[in-house]
Design a protein around this ligand. Structure first.
Ligand code: MG
Length: 431
């Protein structure tokens, strides 16, 4: 009996909300779909299809800006109940693998298959899991006509990077042998937990890539404090966090009771801004992101209402929280009478210091787009220039995208220059 080595999958549905809309409404297929407020209303984008992302549209962006970037976009109202229903079906399929499953959001889960897949060495165990990952993707596709990306690695951090990197419709394995090389040329903010502040501090030390961090001889405590040890380990692709089967429900919220009931927009906006600042910095401190944003209002007669909104890409910054809060107040016309209390809360919290949403300027390219994998890297092991396994890998690349046939063309990530290491490892397996 061989020793159990760690085998972790990160499964993430591709453009989940928008893909469900495109599946349910065939007329939207191949078109840029924006799930969120219509541009004639004040409101924001909740999710965008790959076709819309190619125009620079991303979640939390005001819909009026989105329509300017992508005038032909189809705007659809979110159907949260529908998305949750689909999510349940997906998680059932995921559970059926027998893995220990940690659902981290509506469309994302970690699977620990260490007890299910064995091997003679850590990398051998990882390789032995590829068949299962393919089957899992196929099962989801056959049952739901939706595409999932799966990243395979020996820990959560690398598995998540692998699924991001392989998107859309990806299946990517990062071996233990090549993990250091895989990380080397990536920007430091790709490390789990490195936000803009830490990235800026590292940059001041001349550290911009993970490789520079890997070989940095100095003390990192001034930059990352007590976290510096973990940061170094992450840079080397080491992460011992367990896959936790029961996600704990965490809520962070902030409320304000006014000395006098008020419907003065300036006062309310200022209160929301303060709350968003407070929550945003709390999330950043804890290296968490929020999937669900909730506002709470209480009127003079103590009638209390809450309204919430879930987003596909979790948010963290004060600015995003503030925007979504304003959107909720406006959309549900909550300020219909003077308020006694106004509150903002976030829940469905997920770990992670990185998001495309950190990029604040509408229309500009996301930093991610500068390094993302070309489609030829999908269904693949990242070998960092080692071509010895190429023959066996070719057989893995047997399945092709049969839903959203045009997704590749529009995928901004796929169009960009690819992983920095691609120059020395052009393992293009596309047909
Ligand atoms: Mg997703």
């Amino acid at each position: 009996m061989s020793q159990p080595y760690r085998v972790i999958f990160h499964l993430d549905m591709d453009a989940f909300y928008a893909s469900i809309e495109q599946r349910d409404f065939p007329e939207h297929r191949g078109r840029p779909v924006i799930v969120g407020a219509s541009p004639v209303h004040r409101g924001v984008v909740c999710a965008a299809s790959y076709e819309a992302r190619a125009f620079g549209v991303h979640s939390a962006m005001p819909s009026v800006i989105a329509v300017r970037l992508c005038p032909n976009a189809v705007f659809v109202q979110p159907r949260m109940a529908r998305y949750r229903e689909e999510s349940k079906k997906i998680m059932k399929i995921v559970e059926a693998t027998g893995a220990k499953v940690e659902q981290v959001s509506i469309d994302e889960a970690y699977l620990d298959l260490s007890q299910i897949v064995t091997g003679q060495s850590p990398d051998n165990a990882l390789l032995n899991s590829v068949q299962l990952a393919r089957r899992l993707k196929e099962t989801i596709r056959n049952a739901l006509q939706l595409a999932a990306s799966i990243g395979i690695a020996g820990n959560k951090m690398l598995a998540k990077l692998a699924s991001d990197y392989g998107k859309p419709d990806g299946l990517l394995l990062i071996t233990e042998r090549d993990k250091i090389l895989f990380l080397k040329d990536l920007p430091v903010d790709r490390i789990h937990g490195v936000g803009r502040v830490t990235a800026r501090r590292l940059k001041a030390l001349g550290i911009e890539t993970i490789g520079q961090l890997q070989s940095y001889p100095g003390d990192l405590r001034p930059v990352a404090g007590s976290w510096s040890h973990t940061l170094r380990r992450y840079a080397l692709g080491e992460d011992t966090r367990e896959v936790q089967s029961s996600g704990s429900v965490k809520v962070v919220s902030s409320e304000r009771t006014f000395s006098q009931d008020t419907e003065d927009r300036n006062i309310l906006r200022q209160a929301l801004r303060d709350q968003a600042d407070e929550l945003g910095s709390s999330l950043q401190r804890k290296k968490l992101r929020a999937r669900t944003i909730q506002v709470k209002v209480r009127y003079g007669n103590f009638e209390t209402l809450t309204r919430q909104l879930s987003v596909e890409n979790p948010v963290q910054t004060s600015r995003e929280l503030y925007r979504f809060a304003c959107h909720l107040l406006a959309r549900h016309r909550l300020v219909k009478a003077p308020l006694r209390l106004l509150g903002l809360g976030v829940f469905n919290l997920v770990e992670g210091g990185w998001s495309q949403l950190e990029f604040q300027f509408p229309g500009a390219a996301s930093p991610l787009e500068n390094w993302h994998a070309p489609k030829g890297m999908k269904g693949n092991i990242w070998t960092g220039g080692n071509r010895e396994n190429e023959e066996s890998q070719k057989t893995w690349h047997s399945w092709t995208l049969n839903f959203h046939p045009r997704a590749h063309e529009f995928n901004p990530k796929g169009r960009a220059g690819g992983h920095p290491a691609r120059q020395h490892s052009p393992l293009n397996l596309s047909p």
